[in-house]
Design a protein around this ligand. Structure first.
Ligand code: 4AZ
Length: 838
C-alpha cells in the first residue's frame, strides 16, 4: 500500500479527480474523454508497480542475507592416536616434538574434514592445544584440538550433523575405543574423534581469559581462585587450571572451600576429565555453596578446572588441594567369599571416577542365600534412566539417590553386583553390607519387613516406621499407651495434638481442644474462627491477631512485638524478617546478624557441616581439657553459652579459651580466632538441680573482627514464637554416640520443635517455661555431651538465623521419645540486653 501512495504523490494535485479509480482502465468513457490523464495514470501505475517489485526484492534479499550472515563456529574435541608412546616433551607446546606431532594431527584432521563436503567447504583452521596419555594402553596418546568453521548461519545444523557423523558412536560409554582411522605411512593412526561446540557461557564476549595455569600434581599442593582468601574473585573472568599426574596415576582434587554465586548461569566452576572443556567429559559443575562430597578423581592422568565469573556479585571463590593416586587404587570389585562383609563403589566417600566398571561376585555357603543392604546410595542423577551410571543386581538396574527398597536378596548362594559409571557427571556412589542367610529363616530372632529388612521384634507395632516401608506397623493391635489413627496405624497417645502429623493422615491432630469452626489460641483458649484477625485481642495473648496479612496495632502483651516507639504490633516474629512492620522501622534495625555472608542463603545422627556454614558457632576450651562446651557469637565482644558449662571449677573466666571461626578441632587456620575470656555472667537464677535459667554470657578479652567465618546470630525478641513441628538445627563438636568421644568436624543435625505439653509428658520431669524441647521422637538425632551451650537455630522466611535455644540437658542422648531440652531464648531477651547491652 505504501508503494502505491507514494507513486500517486507524483501527480499534480489539481489534476486529481476523486471520481477516478485505478482499476477503471476499462471505463472507456473516461479514457476517451481525458487522454492525458490516461497516460499519466499508466505511468503512475508502472512506477508504483516498479517500486513495489523493488521493495519486495529488497525484502527477500534482506531475509536471505540475514539468514546467510557468516558465522564462526568453534568445536573442541579430542582424538586418540595409537601406536605412539607419550613423550614428556608433548607436555610443552614450545617443544619440537609437540610441534611435529601437532602438525601431523592437524594434517589428519584436515584430511578427515576434506572427506565430508560440508566440513570441507566451511573449515577455516584447527589447532592442537595439548596432548596427554591416551586411554588405549601405553602406546597411545590423546590430542586435544580446536577447529574453526565459517559458514552461513543457515548451514549451522548441517555442520553440527557433519561433526557428529565423525564420532564413532556418540554418547556410548566407550566411544573412544570405537573406530580406527587407518592412514597410509607417515601418517597417524587415529582411533576416534569426539567434538562439540564450545559452551556459549565460555565465549561471552566481555570475559577476560586469564593465562591458563599448568600444574603437575605429583606433589600435593593447592589451587586458589583469584584473590582467595583475601578478596572475592574478579568479575568477567575465566581461569583454567590444567592438572597432570605422572603416568599410571590419576589426579585427585579435594575442595576445602567453595563459595560461588548461587546461579550457575552466572558464576560456575567446572571440572573435566580432559584437558579441554569437552562436555562429554564434564565431571561436575558447581556454583553457590554446594553440599555433599567435593572430592574428584580423573579416569586418566589429566584434569581441567575451569572458573567463569560474570559482572555482578562476586564471592570468595574456592581453595582445592590436588594430588595424585596410583591408577589402580580406584579399582573396585572382586570375589567376596565371607559370610558377611562390606563393599563400596570406587574410592567411596570420594566421588567415583568416570569410566569405572566393577563387578563383585558374592558367594556364601551352599545352603544359604545372599542379602545385600545399601547404606548410602548416590549413583547418577536422581530420576535418571539408569543408562550411564548404575548398579546392576541380577538384571535389575539401580540409579539415582532414592531406592524404593535398599535390601536385595538372592535365590541362590551367589549374587553378582555390577557398578559402572560413564564418561561424565560423577556422584558419591554407594556403600553396602552383605550377609548370608538361611532361606527358611531370613531374619533369625527378628521381624522380617516386606522390603526384606530385619528389625528387632520389639520394634513391631511400636508406632515407629522401623522398616522404612511401614510394614512393621500394619495389622497391629494398639496397646493402652497408643491411639488408633484413622488409617489404622497405632501411635503413642503422647503424640496426640502435638502439632505434628504422626499418623500420616493428620488424624492425631484432629479434634484437638478447639472445635472445627474455632481458632485455637496459643494459650490453649478456643475462640470463634471469625474473630481471627479482627484487630481485637480476643485470645488474650494476641495469637489470634498474629500471622494476619496486615500487622495491626494492638494493646501490648506478651505476644505482641514492641516497637522502639512503644507501639505494639500483632505480626508473628516481625524482627529482621525483611519487611518493615513498625511505623518507626525499628523491627528492621540491628539486623546485621544470622546471615551466612556468602550463602544464597555431638550431635548424634547428624552430618559434618561445611566451612563457614555456622559462623556463630564457638568452641569453648576449658584449660587442659580441650573442647568442653559450645557457644554462639552475639557480637564482636560477647558470646552466649549455658550456665551449666560455667559452674564450680569452670566458673573462672581465666579457665576458658574461645575458638571462633573453627571448623575442625585441632586444626586452626587463617580464619580461626582464639580469645581469652574477660568476664562470665551466669544467670543469677540458674538452678543446678533443675537446669532452670541455663544461660550465661561471656565477654571476650578483646574484640574480634567479624568476617564470613565469624558472624553474630540473631536473638529472638520475647514475643517470637517457634511452633511445634518447626524445623530447627543443632550444631556442635559433642559426642557422636552417648558416652562416646567428641566430633572433630563441626556436626549439624535437623530436629523439630516439640510441643511443650508433649515434652513434659514424655520426660516426666520438670520442664519449665524457660525450657524448649526439640528432637526427633523416633530417636537417633540429638545433641549430646559437649554440645551444651551451643545453639538450637531456626531460620525465618527471609533466611535469617535466630537462636531459639541453647543445648541444656536431656535424658541420655538420641533415645526414642526423649527429646533434648534447650534454654528457651525468648525468655531471656531483656536479661541479655541488661547484662551485655546486646
Ligand atoms: C550434656 O551432657 C548433654 N540429649 C547435652 C544435651 C543432652 C544430653 C546431655 C540432650 O551436655
Amino acid at each position: 500500500m505504501e508503494g502505491l501512495d507514494s507513486g500517486l504523490k507524483f501527480m499534480p494535485r489539481e489534476d486529481w479527480d476523486t471520481t477516478e479509480q485505478f482499476l477503471a482502465v476499462s471505463d472507456q468513457k473516461h479514457v476517451e474523454k481525458k487522454p492525458y490523464r490516461r497516460i499519466r495514470l499508466v505511468i503512475g501505475l508502472a512506477l508504483g508497480a516498479g517500486l513495489l517489485a523493488l521493495l519486495i526484492g529488497l525484502l527477500v534479499w534482506g531475509f536471505h542475507s540475514n539468514q546467510d550472515v557468516q558465522v564462526k563456529k568453534v568445536y573442541i574435541g579430542s582424538v586418540g592416536i595409537s601406536g605412539k608412546p607419550f613423550l614428556p616433551e608433548y607436555e610443552d607446546p614450545s617443544s619440537l616434538q609437540f610441534k611435529k606431532l601437532a602438525n601431523q594431527v592437524d594434517k589428519e584432521l584436515r584430511r578427515m574434514y576434506s572427506e565430508n563436503p560440508v566440513l570441507d567447504k566451511y573449515f577455516t583452521r584447527c589447532s592442537v592445544q595439548a596432548f596427554s596419555d591416551g586411554d588405549g594402553g601405553p602406546d597411545s596418546i590423546l590430542a586435544y584440538y580446536e577447529s574453526e568453521f565459517e559458514l552461513p548461519a543457515s548451514q549451522e545444523a548441517s555442520l553440527n550433523e557433519a561433526i557428529q557423523s565423525l564420532e564413532p558412536s556418540a554418547g556410548s560409554q566407550h566411544a573412544q575405543r570405537g573406530r580406527q582411522i587407518q592412514r597410509p605411512t607417515e601418517s597417524l593412526t587415529l582411533r576416534s574423534v569426539s567434538s562439540q561446540a564450545l559452551d556459549l557461557r565460555l565465549s561471552r564476549t566481555n570475559i577476560t581469559e586469564k593465562v591458563p595455569i599448568n600444574l603437575h600434581v605429583k606433589n600435593k599442593n593447592k589451587i586458589d581462585s583469584p584473590g582467595f582468601p583475601d578478596s572475592t574473585y574478579p568479575p568477567n573472568t575465566s581461569q583454567k587450571w590444567s592438572l597432570r599426574a605422572e603416568q599410571g596415576h590419576r589426579v585427585r582434587l579435594d575442595f576445602h572451600t567453595l563459595f560461588l554465586e548461587d546461579d550457575c548461569e552466572k558464576d560456575f566452576i567446572q571440572i573435566y576429565d580432559s584437558l579441554l572443556p569437552i562436555e562429554s567429559q564434564l565431571l561436575t559443575e558447581q556454583c553457590g555453596y554446594p553440599h555433599g562430597s567435593l572430592s574428584y578423581v580423573s579416569s586418566g592422568n589429566v584434569m581441567l578446572v575451569l572458573l567463569v565469573t560474570n559482572s555482578e556479585k562476586n564471592f570468595p571463590g574456592f581453595r582445592a588441594y590436588y594430588s595424585q593416586i596410583p591408577a589402580n587404587t580406584a579399582e573396585c570389585g572382586g570375589k567376596l567369599l565371607g559370610e558377611r562383609g562390606n563393599f563400596s563403589s570406587s574410592l567411596f566417600p570420594v566421588n567415583y571416577p568416570p569410566k569405572a566398571v566393577c563387578t563383585w561376585e558374592i558367594q556364601v555357603p551352599q545352603d544359604k542365600f545372599v542379602k545385600v543392604e545399601f547404606k548410602k546410595f548416590e549413583v547418577g542423577k536422581d530420576g535418571a534412566t539408569c543408562v550411564g551410571d548404575y548398579v546392576e543386581i541380577e538384571d535389575q538396574r539401580l540409579c539415582g539417590n532414592r531406592l524404593e527398597s535398599n535390601v536385595f536378596t538372592s535365590e541362590s548362594n551367589k549374587m553378582t553386583i555390577r557398578f559402572q559409571s560413564d564418561t561424565s557427571l560423577v556422584y558419591q556412589g554407594f556403600t553396602a553390607y552383605y550377609e548370608a542367610f538361611i532361606p527358611t529363616n531370613p531374619c533369625p530372632g527378628k521381624f522380617k519387613c516386606s522390603n526384606n529388612m530385619c528389625i528387632i521384634s520389639d520394634r513391631k507395632c511400636d508406632g515407629y516406621n522401623d522398616c522404612g516401608d511401614n510394614s512393621d506397623e500394619i495389622n497391629c493391635k494398639c496397646d493402652v499407651t497408643q491411639m488408633m489413627c484413622k488409617n489404622n496405624l497405632c501411635k503413642s497417645k503422647a503424640w496426640k495434638c502435638d502439632g505434628v502429623d504422626d499418623c500420616g493422615d493428620n488424624s492425631d491432630e484432629e479434634g484437638c481442644e478447639c472445635k472445627k469452626e474455632q481458632f485455637s489460641c496459643r494459650n490453649g483458649r478456643c475462640i470463634a474462627e471469625d474473630l481471627k484477625c479482627n484487630g481485637k485481642n480476643d485470645c488474650g495473648d494476641g495469637s489470634d491477631e498474629s500471622k494476619c496479612e496486615k500487622s495491626l496495632m494492638l494493646k501490648c502483651s506478651a505476644t505482641t512485638y514492641r516497637c522502639k516507639n512503644g507501639r505494639c504490633i500483632s505480626k508473628a516474629n516481625p524482627e529482621c524478617d525483611g519487611q518493615t512492620d513498625c511505623s518507626d522501622g525499628s523491627d528492621e534495625e540491628n539486623c546485621n546478624c544470622g546471615r551466612r555472608e556468602y550463602q544464597s542463603s555431638r550431635i548424634i545422627g547428624g552430618q559434618a557441616s561445611r566451612k563457614g556454614e555456622w559462623p556463630w558457632q564457638v568452641s569453648l576450651h576449658a584449660r587442659g581439657q580441650g573442647h568442653t562446651c559450645g557457644a554462639s557469637v552475639l557480637n564482636d565482644c560477647w558470646l552466649l553459652t549455658a550456665a551449666h558449662c560455667v559452674q564450680d571449677e569452670y566458673a573462672e573466666a581465666n579457665q576458658w579459651e574461645a575458638f571462633l571461626g573453627l571448623h575442625v578441632q585441632g586444626q586452626t587456620n587463617e580464619w580461626t580466632v582464639t580469645r581469652r575470656i574477660k568476664r562470665i555472667i551466669p544467670h543469677e537464677d540458674y538452678n543446678t538441680l533443675s537446669f532452670d535459667n541455663d544461660i550465661a554470657l561471656m565477654e571476650l578479652d578483646s574484640s574480634v573482627t567479624l568476617n564470613q567465618y565469624i558472624w553474630p546470630i540473631c536473638l529472638p525478641p520475647s514475643s517470637d514464637d517457634f511452633p511445634a513441628g518447626q524445623e530447627a538445627w543443632i550444631t556442635g563438636w559433642g559426642a557422636m554416640v552417648e558416652g562416646g568421644s567428641s566430633a572433630k568436624i563441626l556436626q549439624k543435625a535437623m530436629v523439630r520443635i516439640i510441643n511443650h505439653t508433649t515434652c513434659k509428658n514424655l520426660l516426666q520431669d520438670d520442664v519449665t517455661d524457660r525450657m524448649l524441647c526439640a528432637g526427633i521422637l523416633d530417636g537417633g538425632v540429638d545433641a549430646c555431651q559437649g554440645d551444651s551451650g551451643g545453639p538450637l537455630t531456626v531460620t525465618n522466611p527471609s533466611g535469617r538465623v535466630f537462636v531459639a535455644g541453647l543445648v541444656s540437658w536431656g535424658q541420655g542422648c538420641a533415645q526414642r521419645n526423649k527429646p533434648g531440652v534447650y534454654t528457651r531464648m525468648t525468655k531471656f531477651r531483656s536479661w541479655i540486653k541488661e547484662r551485655s547491652g546486646v
